[in-house]
Write a protein that binds this ligand. Sequence first.
Ligand code: ADP
Ligand code: MG
Length: 683
Amino acid sequence: MEREEMISRFSTFFREYKDDEGNSVYLNKLRDLLTVVPKRSLSINWNHLNSFDPELAEELLENPEEVIASAEDAIQIVLREDLMYNGELKIHARFFNLQHTLLVKELGSEHINRLIQVEGIITRVSEVKPFVEKAVFVCKDCGNEMVRLQRPYDNLVKPAKCDACGSRNIELDVEKSRFINFQSFRLQDRPESLKGGQMPRFVDAILLDDLVDTALPGDRVLITGILRVILDQKDKRPIFRKVLEVNHIEQLSKEIEELEISPEDEQKIRELAKRKDIVNAIVDSIAPAIWGHKTVKKGIALALFGGVQRTLPDGTKLRGESHVLLVGDPGVAKSQLLRYVANLAPRAIYTSGKSSSAAGLTAAAVRDEFTGSWVLEAGVLVLADGGFALIDEFDKMSDRDRSAIHEALEQQSISISKAGITATLNSRTTVIAAANPKFGRFNRMKSLPEQLDLPPTLLSRFDLIFLLLDEPDEKVDASIAEHILKVRRGEAEVVTPKIPYDLLKKYIAYARKNVHPVLSREAMEEIKNYYVRMRRGFKRKGENDEGMQPIPITARQLEALIRLSEAHARMRLSETVTREDARAAIEIIESMLRTIAVDEEGALDAAILEVGKSTKKLNKIEKLIDIIKTLESEGEFGAPEENVMEAAKQAGIGTENDIKRLLNDLKRDARIYEPRGGFYKVL
Ligand code: ADP
Ligand code: MG
């Protein structure tokens, strides 16, 4: 098609296209563009064009560069002739709603230089830089000016010598050249569109002018663009690299689930929810190949359904996500459980703490290998925003992740400020993680936080922490062995979940999207009474002790109780949280506290979770330090060990062995030191 013809056909389309109600869609849009703060893009529904002028719509797909330019020329004509505009505003023609949507991994050589529509998630975004759209070169010898139009995906086009005098003394005239904003980003297939551990494919893309800063890492987008190829500079062979020149970008809602739930599905789901034993049926349907671990599975089920996120009138957000941590001996099926859940959970990403990507779990500013400019790259928690991150080897995460992950888990966002890039990325992600003990296996005599390579402040962000010990027990061992053997032999009934896998998957997605339970009065009473009772009981018991009093439970657990009660109601698809839901939440929290937050004497103490040591132990430590301080002057090199021992026993700190252990801990934590064997000083 001739250029002139395309322009005239577009002008006709803009002037004459009317929607079902008879509105001149594009004349109206153009009029709206010319408001106080003029916009620079006209978005055109490809479907409209296709119904009005199919030939032109087809031509656009085949030959986008020229057709888009014609559309832009036509816009200028319509602006001047129909809307009496006589300014200089350049308006981009941007097309959306093409018939066919591609995945990144489907992009191939047949799409080169064609207009295509691609869907994916943005993993990294570069800083915004000026791009010289129209470069004006000046000959330093004769003053001749030469204009070269540039392409954002190509190398700079520069005249080798002056057209007029032949001199090679040529320079870019920045003043006379025209610059527009340029930004690149990386588009990758959505994690949930990849099945079974496929490596995600990506394509680099370019945003120009008014499109810059419209996208952040973690955004799910639908893009129309022209697929370009450029010679890979690093590769000596004639191999090209794909670059997508974006024409139109649309944010996809994060709420949209990838699963289609049909009316028949909905009926089945509603029917299922009526079962009396629905909660148990769901729990038993999680990883049926793994024997036992019922409480853990229940905790995971609660996290899968999740509590309800609320926004207070002052804008404060209360998170609904319950994070779950599994810690335990090697070989107790932690990894296997996480893998199973990664397939079951909607929008889930499975990863390891020592994940190889630069962005790791949170986010990072890194240098792009092709352009050398800084890019902001999203980690797993951002990419899984609105879904789940299943993180194995959580204790092996990088130091950068360690410092950023607190914010990610509690505030559900990740702020980054580095190399001129500042951004806050959303991470409304539920974390289900697994960690191994620092010293190979767990020691029942020591508290959990002391044996984990994770700071206690981080542990306290998890609503549920499960301890999975591998202790020989004849009955249990026999059952596990039998179960594993049956699974191996392919005995169907052992591995067939009570609720079919696909249905459960839909059930979870459906509940998360449609059910938003509210606490009933009875549920509130139940939780309040439990909380008050727990806290009251302990004060009385510790009355005669000196030092700090242990607090059995804190407001953090109270919030966890609310989230878990809501999740329990959601499992039943109930809009109200009943007393029973609250009781179920209390039961699971209580059993967690009883396994990991009891001190040396069997009393509940939340300090173990919050600071990593029991209050009793903290008190003893403080006492012991006081003793060393007072005895420091007694010996030439500090407090003599015998004297410290004597005084500590007197003060009731414990047996000689207890005291020795404490002294060792204090040395390790650099609270005291030993100037000479058998003498101590406080640091
Ligand atoms: P971890 O991550 O805790 O170190 P894995 O998930 O790698 O352990 O499990 C080790 C193996 O032991 C897996 O093949 C798993 O199937 C098996 N296994 C351990 N405990 C159980 C169990 N309770 N039921 C079934 N299989 C089990
Ligand atoms: Mg493992």
